[in-house]
Design a protein around this ligand. Structure first.
Ligand code: IMP
Ligand code: MG
Length: 177
């Protein structure tokens, strides 16, 4: 698996520091709001598990399963395979997402969740790729801003592989071309 990686972009140590910083900020801002953290599966799984442990305040968790990408790296149709099960009406919601790229996935998710009338709705993304944006959407909390490169690891996949790498790395181009 390591042979497919061209370079490590964000090390385990840097991820830990970034998540600790985000968790501290959210813990302060949501201390008495009993927020609902909604993770967008599957890419969020590693970040989510670390993030909630870095945010030691009363909260609830829930997940949505949304997939926008098929096997490769180009945009397909967005499918919602699982909706939230917590009633978020009147609740403070923080969406946790692995990466904000074109913004299409999150803009759909936001429209969908807004219709349920939460008290507030914010986005906390681990990674941000601002150069790829196609939809006018920004995250409220950002772990790391990265260049326009396809990354894997720490939950992120290419064709469902590499999610279990402990760092965020760039794949060798020959793997996906
Ligand atoms: P968006 O809808 O283009 O913002 O894309 C968001 C989703 O695309 C993420 O939740 C990821 O699943 C996937 N994605 C976007 N960029 C990457 C990448 O560099 N590596 C792995 N998955 C990515
Ligand atoms: Mg993905």
């Amino acid at each position: 698996m390591m042979n497919d990686i061209e370079k490590i972009l964000i090390t385990e140590e840097e991820l830990k520091e970034g998540v600790a910083r985000l968790g501290k900020q959210i813990a302060e801002e949501y201390a008495d709001k009993n927020p609902v953290f909604i993770g967008i599966l599957k890419g969020v799984v590693v970040y989510f598990a670390d993030m909630i442990r870095a945010t030691p305040i009363p909260c609830e968790i829930d997940f949505m399963v949304v997939s926008a990408y098929g096997k490769g790296t180009s945009f397909g149709t967005l499918l919602m395979k699982k909706d939230v099960s917590v009633d978020i009406r009147g609740r403070h919601v923080v969406i946790l997402e692995d990466i904000l790229d074109t913004g299409r996935t999150l803009s759909h998710v936001i429209d969908h969740l807004k219709a349920k009338e939460p008290a507030s709705l914010k986005i906390c993304t681990l990674l941000n790729k601002p150069t790829r944006r196609e939809v006018d959407i920004e995250a409220d909390y950002i772990g790391f801003t990265i260049p326009n490169e396809f990354v894997v690891g720490y939950g992120l996949d290419y064709a469902e592989r590499y999610r279990n790498l402990p760092f965020v790395g760039v794949l060798k181009p020959e793997i996906y071309s």
